[in-house]
Ligand binder design. Structure first.
Ligand SMILES: Cc1ncc(COP(=O)(O)O)c(C=O)c1O
Length: 399
C-alpha cells in the first residue's frame, strides 16, 4: 500500500501552485489563515517511487549532455496503451514532444492556416484558446450542451456538423476525458465525431492527458480507438504528467497513424524545437509505464475517495452548490449558479477571507462563469481543510 496521506512540502521548490502571492493574503482580512491552493491541475503527492528513482539514478550520473529518444520509449508507450487502454499503436508512430500544449500549438501551426477555424467545446481547458488565438487562427466554439436540471454535459452534434461544414474549419481540439467537467466520452460519441470529421476533412486533435485518472471500474476510451475512421483523422496527445505528477519534467508524446498527418506534425515540432527530450524525460515516462501500475491504481482509489468526500460534504452543507458528477480527472466542477453568475467574485472572496485558492470557471468559457473548479489531488487532510474553508466562506458570502 502506498501512503498518499504523507504530507509534502512544496513551498520551497518554485512550484507555480504553491508560490502564489502570499502578499495578497497578508493584505486580506484574515492574514492568519494559511495559503491553500486547490486551483492549477497538478498534484501534491510525490511521484511514484519508481519514477523518482529513475530520475535520481539518471541525476547520479552527473552528465547532462544532449539526450536521444531510445527505442524503448515508443515500445513502452505502445505496450501501456495496449494493456491499459486497449488501443493498438505501432511504436514508430509515437512521437516524443516536450509537452501537450507545445504539441497542440505546433499542430495548429503545421496543420492549419492563419485565419482558419478550430473547434473547441467549452467549458474547456482555457489554454486551448491560447494555442489557437496566439497563432492567428480563429476559435469556433461549439459549447457542450448542459442539462441544467441533471447537471450533465453532452456533445451537441448538430452544432458540430454546422461547424465542421464551414470550409474554413480544419481542426478540432477534443478534450478526452474532459477538463473541467470530468466527462469520459463514450465510444458511440467518439465514433460519431470521427464520422463527422471525416465527412468534412477536419483533423481531430484529441488531448488525452487526463486519461490515467478515472473512476475505478470505468475506462478511458481513446478517440482513435473508437473506429478506423477516427484513427485516420486523429492526433492523440498524452503524457504521464497528470497522473504521475511530472509536468515539470516536460515529457509528452503524440500518437498518429495517418502518415500524412504524422509527417506534417513531425516537421512542425522540429521547426518549433519541441521535439527533443531533456535528460530525465524519457526515463521518467518509461518508469511510469513499466513499474507503477499498482501505484496508479491506488492513486485512483485515493482520488475517488477525495472526490466522494468533497461531494458529500458540500452537497450536505446546503450552500446552493452542486457538484457535477466527475468520472475522470482529479478536478471537481462546482455549479454555483444558484449563488452567483460571477464565479470570479466568489473565488476572490473565498481566497481573501480563507486563503483557499480555487479556479474561477469563467476562463473555461460557456457557462463556466457560474462554476468553480477545485483540484482534490492532495492529501486528505488538505481536502478536508479546503472543503471546510469553502463551505464556511460560501455561508458567509450568502449571508
Ligand atoms: C487538458 C489539458 N491539456 C494539457 C495540459 C498541459 O499539458 P502540458 O503540461 O503537457 O503542456 C493540461 C494541464 O492542466 C490540461 O488540463
Amino acid at each position: 500500500m502506498f501512503n498518499f496521506d504523507e504530507p509534502t512540502l512544496r513551498t520551497n521548490i518554485d512550484s507555480v501552485k504553491w508560490s502564489s502571492p502570499q502578499e495578497q493574503l497578508q493584505e486580506s482580512n484574515t492574514p492568519d489563515r494559511d495559503y491553500l491552493p486547490m486551483w492549477i491541475a497538478d498534484m501534491d503527492f510525490e511521484t511514484a517511487p519508481a519514477v523518482k528513482q529513475a530520475i535520481l539514478d539518471r541525476a547520479a550520473n552527473g552528465t547532462f549532455g544532449y539526450s536521444d529518444i531510445p527505442d524503448e520509449f515508443g515500445q513502452t508507450i505502445s505496450s501501456w496503451w495496449k494493456n491499459r487502454h486497449h488501443f493498438l499503436i505501432d511504436p514508430s508512430n509515437i512521437i516524443f514532444v516536450s509537452g501537450v500544449v507545445p504539441a497542440i500549438s505546433s499542430a495548429v501551426r503545421s496543420l492549419t492556416n492563419v485565419a482558419e477555424k478550430i473547434v473547441v467545446q467549452p467549458p474547456v481547458y482555457n489554454i486551448f484558446y491560447n494555442s489557437i488565438v496566439n497563432n492567428g487562427r480563429r476559435v469556433y466554439e461549439v459549447p457542450l450542451t448542459h442539462d441544467a436540471e441533471e447537471n450533465v454535459y453532452s456533445m451537441d452534434f448538430d452544432a458540430l456538423e454546422n461547424a465542421f461544414s464551414d470550409p474554413l474549419t480544419t481542426m478540432m481540439i477534443l478534450c478526452n476525458p474532459h477538463n473541467p467537467t470530468g466527462n469520459i466520452w463514450s465510444k458511440e460519441d467518439l465514433s460519431r465525431l470521427g464520422d463527422l470529421a471525416d465527412k468534412y476533412g477536419v483533423i481531430i486533435l484529441s488531448d488525452e492527458i487526463h486519461c490515467e485518472v478515472v473512476r475505478p471500474g470505468l475506462a478511458h476510451i481513446p478517440f482513435a480507438s473508437a473506429s478506423d475512421v477516427c484513427r485516420d483523422v486523429a492526433i492523440t496527445c498524452a503524457s504521464p504528467s497528470k497522473a504521475f505528477n511530472t509536468a515539470g519534467i516536460h515529457a509528452a508524446y503524440a500518437m498518429i497513424d495517418n502518415p500524412r498527418i504524422r509527417a506534417r506534425f513531425e516537421r512542425g515540432i522540429n521547426n518549433d524545437e519541441v521535439a527533443e527530450p531533456n535528460s530525465f524525460a524519457c526515463r521518467a515516462v518509461i518508469a511510469a509505464y513499466t513499474r507503477c501500475e499498482q501505484w496508479l491504481n491506488e492513486l485512483n482509489s485515493y482520488i475517488q475517495a477525495n472526490k466522494d468526500y468533497a461531494t458529500e460534504k458540500i452537497t450536505n452543507a446546503n450552500i446552493r452548490t452542486r457538484i457535477t458528477e466527475s468520472n475522470a480527472t482529479y478536478l471537481l466542477w462546482l455549479d454555483c449558479s444558484a449563488i452567483t453568475d460571477n464565479a470570479q467574485d466568489l473565488v476572490d472572496y473565498i481566497y481573501t477571507t480563507t486563503g483557499l485558492k480555487l479556479a474561477s470557471g469563467e476562463i473555461y468559457g460557456a457557462n463556466g462563469k457560474s462554476f468553480i473548479r477545485m483540484n482534490v489531488a492532495t492529501q486528505r487532510y488538505r481536502v478536508e481543510d479546503g472543503v471546510n474553508r469553502f463551505i464556511s466562506a460560501v455561508h458567509n458570502y450568502l449571508s
